[in-house]
Write a protein of this length. Structure first.
Length: 312
């Protein structure tokens, strides 16, 4: 625990070992102190009000989408903002989406692709980040600079060369065509590299003294200490892969290989643009992500808080 002195140190007088938070409370009259919010209850109240306002701003559109999905197409297309439809609530939009599409197959494809992309991306990114962080080789800085610069390249620019590459490899309409182009994540390499830089080298040196090799140090020392950042990276990659529409749409035409976003879009296109069905498809596509967040909420919050990915 960090400590802080109560007064300037005088010669011959030992420093105070009182916890820093206790020192701050004494200095500010017993009020909690925060480097950003300041002291007193007013900043805390204003912060809670701001968080409540942002929560409402996010929940109102989501609630409107849920409400629209239970309307008839006539009520969903009507002008105005009526939360209670005139014809009452109905499940017709969900029946249409579930009846005309192959939802179980698309959901399984999305799960398989998202899990494979997440596992491969985390593995490759962690090994590359550790190499940049701990290995000295010629051209290391240039290669890392190229990796960082690739973050600024929009993914849409790579669509044509990636598709031509999949054609040359005869991988179109396969799982590999959807998975492989998504496993390269320069941003994740940068995040992991910065985290590895903060791990004390003394821990690795102690393992090497005991006879551990480079891979053993990476596997048994570095990775266990990096569980929070690995969890954060895995969550971000999984969500991004699950929501990805453009590349799976381009690389697959077989309905049996479509992901959930692509498959739901084909159902909507076959019946025209319908507001109720549009909302129902969006809700169905977001349910798995909501379940993932509910199951791993504590890990998500802990990973973001401990790795500084929340703008800290």
């Amino acid at each position: 625990m960090t400590t802080e002195t109560l007064s300037p140190r005088t010669p011959g007088k030992p420093r105070s070992t009182m916890p820093r938070e206790v020192v701050r409370r004494r200095r500010y009259g017993g009020h909690a102190w925060h480097p950003t919010l300041g002291t007193g209850p007013l900043p805390r109240v204003l912060t809670l009000l701001a968080l409540a306002l942002m929560t409402v701003i996010w929940l109102v559109p989501f609630g409107w989408g849920v409400d629209t999905s239970f309307k008839t197409e006539v009520d969903a297309s009507a002008s105005g903002a009526d939360w209670i439809p005139k014809a009452g609530f109905t499940l017709d939009a969900y029946r249409t989406i579930l009846g005309q599409g192959n939802l179980p197959v698309w959901a399984v494809n999305s799960v398989v692709i998202a899990v494979c992309v997440t596992a491969i991306t985390v593995t490759i990114s962690a090994m590359a980040a550790y190499a940049f962080s701990r290995t000295l080789f010629r051209g290391r800085r240039v290669l890392f600079a190229v990796t960082i610069a690739s973050i600024m390249v929009p993914p849409q620019i790579l669509i044509v060369p990636l598709f031509r590459q999949m054609l040359a490899l005869n991988l179109v309409d396969t799982y590999a065509a959807v998975i492989l182009p998504q496993v390269v994540a320069p941003a994740m390499v940068f995040i992991l590299k910065k985290f590895f830089d903060g791990i004390p080298r003394e821990l690795e040196e102690a393992a090497r003294i005991d006879g551990a090799g480079s891979f053993r140090v990476f596997w048994s020392v570095v990775l266990p200490l990096s569980r929070p950042i690995l969890a954060a990276v895995a969550i971000f990659v999984f969500i991004n892969t699950w929501n990805n529409f453009l590349w799976p749409f381009i690389s697959t035409s077989d309905p049996q290989l479509m992901t959930l976003p692509v498959g739901l879009s084909t159902v909507k296109d076959s019946t025209g643009l319908r507001n109720a069905q549009e909302s129902a498809a969006s809700i169905l596509g977001s349910i798995p992500l909501l379940i993932v967040f509910m199951l791993f909420q504590r890990q998500i919050v802990r990973s973001v808080a401990t790795t500084g990915l929340g703008g800290q």
